[in-house]
Design a protein around this ligand. Structure first.
Ligand SMILES: NC(=O)c1ccc[n+]([C@@H]2O[C@H](COP(=O)([O-])OP(=O)(O)OC[C@H]3O[C@@H](n4cnc5c(N)ncnc54)[C@H](OP(=O)(O)O)[C@@H]3O)[C@@H](O)[C@H]2O)c1
Length: 251
């Protein structure tokens, strides 16, 4: 059965791979972007809060900044008008701003939390009302192996990603009886813009530490996310699912 899916930060990287995987299986898929639109979208650049349908690859692009509750609300309103209520939410938008704790400013800490953790709360809250009404829903939060393992220079990022576990598990307890599941996917190192900035030496070091001996492609995360949204995973909730080639084993 085709569902309405929203992937935040779905204009590139892991989010785009997830959006394309849902579109490929016939779902109605909306993605958010902050600027620049969605790859393959038509020439018409949508205004704030309005959607611009991407007829080429079936994605509906909607401008949204997850740090702004009004922008989140406007995006949901546009999606509801075009595709219907969001039934599958993938909270994927995220940023890093790494530095050691003694150098990390309060602003750096707060900004990463506001995007990764509070931003996910904002979209989950907005989606929950309609999911409750529809008595069906799937929320999937994109965390990181770093959320449970920690990462040097990543106090802000790790805290935000660990926080998503508490969010998903609390939603599971609040909404579990209504056919709504909330799960966390914890990727390891995935080949995207986020990891493109790492030096070749650092990448070689990382590969050595991963039992699988390589980074993953965004598609390998997407496969797990589409499965979590499927009927086959209806009894999986409050789980943290690693997609990390064994990097986080034991956490
Ligand atoms: N790559 C990895 O190795 C890795 C590992 C573990 C977890 N993750 C997580 O996976 C998710 C996707 O990562 P990625 O590697 O695909 O990252 P990416 O290529 O850097 O893309 C990040 C996405 O988030 C969006 N975004 C950032 N701030 C936003 C905001 N305030 N409002 C709305 N959208 C915003 C970006 O939109 P713009 O285009 O507008 O900037 C972009 O679409 C993130 O949550 C990340 O933490 C990644």
């Amino acid at each position: 059965m085709a569902r309405t899916v929203l992937v935040t930060g779905g204009n590139r990287g892991i989010g785009l791979a997830i959006a394309q995987a849902f579109a490929k299986q016939g779902d109605r898929v909306a993605v958010t972007y902050r600027s620049g639109g969605v790859p393959g979208a038509g020439a018409a650049e949508p205004g704030f809060g309005a959607g611009g349908a991407d007829r080429q690859n079936g994605l509906f692009g909607v401008r949204c900044d997850v740090t702004d509750a009004e922008s989140v609300d406007a995006a949901f309103t546009a999606i509801e008008a075009e595709l219907g209520p969001v039934e599958v939410l993938v909270a994927n938008a995220g940023i890093t701003d790494d530095t050691l704790i003694m150098r990390m400013s309060e602003e750096q800490f707060a900004r990463v939390l506001d995007t990764n953790l509070t931003g996910s709360f904002r979209v989950a809250k907005r989606a929950s009302t309609k999911m409750l009404r529809g008595r069906w829903g799937r929320m999937i939060f994109i965390s990181s192996v770093v959320g449970l393992a920690g990462g040097a220079g990543q106090v802000n990022y790790a805290a935000s990603k660990a926080g998503l576990v508490g969010v998903a598990r609390s939603i599971t307890r609040e909404l579990g009886t209504r056919n709504i599941t909330a799960n966390v996917v914890a990727p390891g190192f995935i080949d995207t813009d986020m990891t493109a900035g790492l030096s070749e030496e650092r990448k070689a070091e990382i590969r050595k530490s991963i039992p699988a001996g390589r980074m993953a492609t965004p598609d390998e995360v997407a496969g797990v996310v589409t499965w979590l949204a499927s009927d086959a995973a209806g009894y999986v909730t409050g789980a943290v699912i690693p997609v990390d080639g064994g990097l986080g084993m034991g956490h």
